[in-house]
Design a protein around this ligand. Sequence first.
Ligand code: ADP
Length: 429
Amino acid sequence: MMFWTLRWRLLISYLSVIVAILGISIITVYEFFAYRLYQKLDNQMITLADAAAHSLLIIKDDPKAVGRRIPRNLDYDEDLDIPWQDLQKNHQAVEWFDANGQLLGNAGRYIPQLPFDANVKTSQNKNIRSVIIPVYSASFIPERKRLQGYVRVSESTENLQEELDTLMWGFSGGGLIAVILSGIGSWWLTKQSLKPIEQSFQQLKQFTADASHELRSPLTVVKTSVQVMSNHSERFHPKDQKKLKAIACATDQMTRLVEDLLLLARTNATVTPTFEWISIPLDELLEDVVDLLQLQAEVKGIVLKLEISEQVYVKGNPIQIKRLFSNLVENALQYTSIGGTVTVSVLRRERFVFVSVNDTGIGIAPEHISLVFNRFWRADKARSCREGGSGLGLAIAQAIAQTHKGEITVKSQVGVGSCFQVRLRATSQ
Ligand code: ADP
C-alpha cells in the first residue's frame, strides 16, 4: 500500500512536470508561429498597398471613379502599369482614401465595412486584418511632398487561422501522445527505481519479524525462570528480591515489545481480504474489549462505558480488530486520571461505521498530534517500566485499520481529553 501510494505520487509529480514543460513549449512555439505568419501577412499586404498607391492619383483625377468600384485595369495612361488587381486574392480588398479619409474607390471581391483610422497602421477586426499606408506626392524636395491620401489593404485571416488551428490540433495530438508515452515511461521508471527500496523494506520487515520471533523463546525461558525464582523468594536476600522484580518487569516489557514488533512486521497493509477475514459483529467485539478492561478501569477509578444502539458488522480479522480497539481503550485508561470517563461509542453512516474512543484525560498537545502514530513515539519519554507501553500501540492500531481499508483520526485538547475515531467499512452481516 505504502509503495503503491508512493509510486502514484511519483508518477503524478513526473506527469505534472512533463505536462507543464510540454504545455509551455507548445504555447511558445504556437505563439512564435502565429507571430511569424501574421508578420508575413502584414508584409504582403504592405507590398500590395504600395503597388496600389500608384493608382491613387489616377482615381483622384477620374471623377467617374470616385466612390465607385474600380475597373479591372486602371492603366488609363497605357504606360503598362501592372494590373494590380490580378495580384489580389479572393479574400483581399484594396480601398483608396483621400487625405481627409473620404473613400475614393475600392477593388476586390471582398470589401469589409471597416471604419477608417489613419493612425492605426495595422489592425485586426474579428477575422479581418488591415494595413493603411499614407500616399505622398512624388518630389525630390521633402518640404514639397504633400499627403495625397491613403491606401488600405484588408485581408481575411480565416485561412491563416485555419492553418494555426491545424497546427494547434497537431501540437495537442502530439502532446497527448507524448504525455501518454511519458506516463508509461514514468510508471516503468518509478517501478524500477522503487524496486530496490521495496526489496530492502521487505527484507527489513522480514528481519524484524524473524528477530522478534526468535527472541520470543529465550524471553519465555527468562520469564518462566524469574517466575520460578520469585516463588521461592525466601532463598534470596531482600536486596536481590528487588533486582529479581526489576528483571521480571524488564522481561515483561521486552516480551511486549517483541510481540508488538512481530505483529507490526506481520501486519502488511498490502494484504487484500483473505480467508481469515470474516464478518464480525462489532457490538459483541467491543463489549468483549470493554468487559476485559473494566477491571483495570475500576482499579484506576475511571468510568468505562460502551454506547451502541444497533448491530453493526465489519469484515476482517477479529483478533486484529480486537487488538486495535484494545490499544485505543488501554491508552484512554492509561492517560486518564481518577474520576475520569472513557466512552466507546459507535455510529453507522451509510457504508461506514465510526467507532470513537473518548476520554477525559490529559490530552495531546497540538504539535504532538501528527506524531502519535509514529513508531516508538511517546509524549513522555521517561515512562517507568510499570507504566508499560512500548510506544507501538497506536502504530499497530493504525496498521490494522489500514489493512482493513479504514483509518484512524484523532482530536485532542490538553487537559480536556482525546477522541480517537476509527472508520471501518460496514458490511451487511
Ligand atoms: P504507548 O505504548 O506509549 O502508549 P502508543 O503508540 O499507544 O504508545 O501511544 C503513543 C503516545 O501517544 C503515548 O505515549 C502518549 O503520549 C500519546 N497518547 C496515546 N493515546 C493517548 C490518549 N488517549 N491521551 C493522551 N495521550 C495519548
